[in-house]
Structures are given as C-alpha cells and as structure tokens.
Design a protein around this ligand. Structure first.
Ligand code: B1M
Length: 215
C-alpha cells in the first residue's frame, strides 16, 4: 500500500500499529501537517462514515477510528505553524452543541485558532444554550464557535441562536460541521440572530473568518 492508503487504513481499521512511523514519513512529504489531516486521514474518516452508514461498522468500531484520528492530531499538533506566541487577537468560546458528542472537528478548530493568536475557551461537547450563555457572560468573547455533526445539531443551532438572542447576545457566531451548509446557516440560523452568523466549511476557513472579524 502507498503511504496515503496506509494512513487512511489506520483510521478505517481503528489500528495504531505503525501509525506514528507513517505520520513521521508523511510530515516529510506533505507541505503542512494539516494537509495530512485533510487528505489521507479525512479520506479514511469519510470511508468510516460510509461503512457505518451501510451497517458495516458498529459504534464501538467508529470510536476506535475516532481514537486513531485523535492520536494522529495530537502527534501532528506540535508540528503545526504557530503564527503568534500570545493570544491577543481575540477570545473565542467554542462548543459542540447540545445533544452532540462529535468533537474531532471542534478540537481541530481549537488547535488552529489557538495556534494563530486566539484565546479559545473550549466548553466541550453536548453544551446546552444555558451553559453557553453563562460562559459568554463570564468570558466576554469576541466570537462564539459552534460545532455539530448530526442533522439534529443543525436544528439545535437554530434554537441556540434564538436563546442567545433572547439573552441579548449579538457577537458574531461561527458555525461548522458536516450536517451544516452555508445555505442552511443563511436561511435558518441567521434570521434568528441579531449579530453575524458565519459558516466555515473547515477549520482553516474558520480561522480566516475569525481573522477577518478581528480586522
Ligand atoms: Co457519528 N455520525 N454518531 N460518531 N460519526 C456521523 C456524523 C454520521 C454522518 C455517520 C453516518 O451515519 N454516515 C452520522 C450522522 C447522521 C445524521 O445526523 N444525518 C452519525 C451518527 C448517526 C452517530 C450516532 C447517532 C450513532 C449511534 O449512536 N447510533 C452517534 C451520535 C451520538 C451523539 O452525538 N449524540 C454517533 C457517535 C459517533 C462516535 C462517538 C462513535 C464518533 C465520534 C467520536 C468523537 O468525535 N469523539 C463518531 C464519528 C467518528 C463519526 C464520523 C464517522 C466521523 C466524524 C469526524 O470526526 N470527522 C461521522 C461521519 C463523517 O463525518 N464522515 C459520523 C472528522 C472531523 C475532522 O470532521 O467534525 O466534520 P468534522 O469537522 C470538519 C468540518 O465539519 C469543520 O472543520 C473540520 C475540518 O477541518 N468543522 C468546523 C466542524 N466543526 C466546526 C466548527 C467551526 C468551523 C468548522 O467553527 C466553530
């Protein structure tokens, strides 16, 4: 198998034997660590999603795939560019929405924003609007980041936007996750909220939108 195929295979099979060696090799070959994540590792995750959808994988197996992805991200993280040493650009309160446990994408956003000058307060997974609002009042962030992968999480973002609006919050919200689209964001979430609501297709777009908001 090629290096790309092997990397995808670790994720699909949920095995770590040989993973770090191949990731080291990939670091030599790919321009940036993020290209390894967005390329072969994400290809593996897409295949996991497909197999899971086809009932060819069970949740426990998908969890192992998630572990491989997480181990890869921690291994690659120290090799990522750090453009700022301080966290002076702005503060982001980040969460996976209520009812949703998926956090690999959220964690990537956390890494990329904090490596690039943002202070990130990560509230974790299954974050209710109440917890989110409490944290926003305490932390006074410049940006709220919401992640969610389930179809029902997209709907949960609409409810969360309503609750934030009720709480008189209007700072920009950045949203992302597999079940979301730019169109849904614009047509369903934005109308419920006073402030900006921006959709990011991946963590890098999340960074560039956050940078634009701070300029
Ligand atoms: Co779940 N799961 N899962 N799962 N899982 C999906 C999402 C699913 C599409 C799989 C499928 O059926 N094909 C499906 C959702 C179907 C739907 O709603 N239509 C699904 C399901 C059904 C479920 C359960 C209900 C299964 C069950 O229990 N029967 C259950 C839900 C539990 C819950 O949340 N209440 C469940 C559980 C799990 C595991 C726990 C086993 C595990 C998660 C482990 C973890 O995260 N710690 C898991 C996994 C791994 C997946 C898949 C296979 C992979 C997700 C992933 O990590 N991708 C997923 C299928 C898929 O997506 N192909 C699937 C890699 C990650 C880097 O991508 O998070 O999309 P992603 O992030 C991207 C962008 O979306 C974006 O940036 C990242 C890239 O740079 N992004 C943002 C994300 N958040 C952002 C925020 C931003 C900006 C960008 O700004 C704030």
């Amino acid at each position: 198998l090629s290096l790309e195929e092997r990397l995808a295979q670790y994720v699909v099979e949920g095995t770590k034997e040989g993973l770090l060696k191949d990731l080291s090799e990939a670091l030599e070959k790919y321009p940036t660590p993020l290209d390894i994540i967005n390329g072969p590792l994400m290809d593996g995750m897409a295949e996991v999603g497909r197999l899971f959808n086809d009932n060819q994988l069970i949740v426990a197996e998908v969890l192992q795939s998630a572990e491989v992805m997480k181990a890869s991200v921690s291994f690659l993280e120290p090799h990522m560019d750090k453009n700022e040493t301080d966290h002076s650009k702005g503060k982001v309160v980040l969460a996976t929405v209520k009812g949703d446990v998926h956090d690999i994408g959220k964690n990537l956003v956390e890494i990329i924003l904090s490596n690039n000058g943002f202070k990130v307060v990560d509230l974790g997974i299954k974050v209710t609007p109440t917890t989110l609002i409490e944290s926003i009042k305490k932390e006074k962030p410049q940006i709220i980041g919401l992640s969610g992968l389930l179809v029902k999480s997209a709907q949960q973002m609409v409810l969360t936007a309503q609750d934030l609006h009720q709480a008189n919050i209007s700072i920009p919200i950045l949203v992302g996750g597999a079940a979301l689209t730019r169109k849904f964001t614009l047509n369903k979430i934005k109308p419920e909220y006073e402030g900006l609501v921006l959709y990011a297709k991946d963590a890098m777009e999340g960074l560039s939108l956050s940078n634009q908001l701070m300029d």
